[in-house]
Design a protein around this ligand. Structure first.
Ligand code: GLN
Length: 241
């Protein structure tokens, strides 16, 4: 068995250790005897074909980076939309999450167009939303908590099902207590950190979705995550209100 992991624009979108998410998926596959190949999808690559990707990861970036990526990615919008509709697995973080929507209005009031795959928008607000965040996941994985770190000026307003409900921190915006979005096997979220090593249950959720789509697999071999979950629990203990 083999999974192809596409790392989208690693040279531009890689804030706060987002790269760790890719390594986490790769290692958790390899520990189970599943081959995981990482492919960098970059502005400088000559040719691209996204169809053989099983998991797509888009990290966060600066407003400048978001602009570069967005204008480059536009020509792949239809292909990527089809991949999402066809249950392709996508994890998009912060700037990556914002740019799957219709637009991001930056701190100077300048509009950065999004891919428009989803109909939410992000507007810069006063002050940045920074700090540790705990959410209660809405995708049915155990433990219920997902922990991370957020740092964004944009506030996203969306009617999609959220990835989680905010227990500590801000999430999509500081008002509606929702964090991220879930649509089929696509997850958008503000949680950096990196997210997956802190939340092995979410990493396995994505791996299993990809294996299910490709090979019809319904269960993953258990790993010893004692250390990972004790770190997770510690964060929950420290930051829960
Ligand atoms: N530029 C976006 C914001 O500040 C995203 C930043 C990020 O990816 N951390 O809202």
């Amino acid at each position: 068995m083999e999974l192809n992991i596409y790392h989208m624009y690693p040279e531009v979108l890689n804030l706060y250790g987002d790269m760790g998410n890719i390594l986490c998926i790769k290692r958790r596959c390899e520990w189970r005897g599943i081959k995981a190949s990482i492919k960098n999808f970059s502005v400088n690559s000559k040719t691209h074909d996204l169809k053989d990707g099983d998991i797509f990861f888009i990290g966060g970036g600066s407003d400048r980076g978001q602009n570069i990526v967005c204008s480059h990615f536009t020509k792949y919008t239809e292909e990527f939309k089809e991949i999402i509709e066809d249950q392709g697995v996508v994890l998009a973080i912060c700037g990556g999450y914002q740019f799957l929507g219709e637009k991001y209005v930056d701190s100077d009031g300048k509009e950065v167009p999004g891919l428009g795959i989803f109909n939410y928008s992000t507007l810069n607000g006063e002050g940045r939303l920074i700090g540790n965040i705990i959410i209660e996941n809405q995708i049915g994985i155990t433990p219920k908590t997902i922990v991370g770190f957020e740092n964004h000026g944009g506030r996203t307003y969306s009617d999609y099902k959220p990835l989680g409900l905010v227990k500590a921190g801000y999430g999509n915006n500081e008002h509606d207590m929702k964090e991220g979005i879930v649509y089929k096997n696509c997850i958008g979220t503000y949680l950096h950190g990196p997210l997956l090593p802190k939340n092995p249950h979410l990493a396995d959720y994505l791996i299993l979705k990809a294996l299910e789509k490709k090979y019809g697999i319904k269960n993953l071999k258990e790993l010893d995550d004692t250390l990972e979950y004790s770190a997770h629990e510690k964060v929950v203990e420290m930051y829960s209100k």
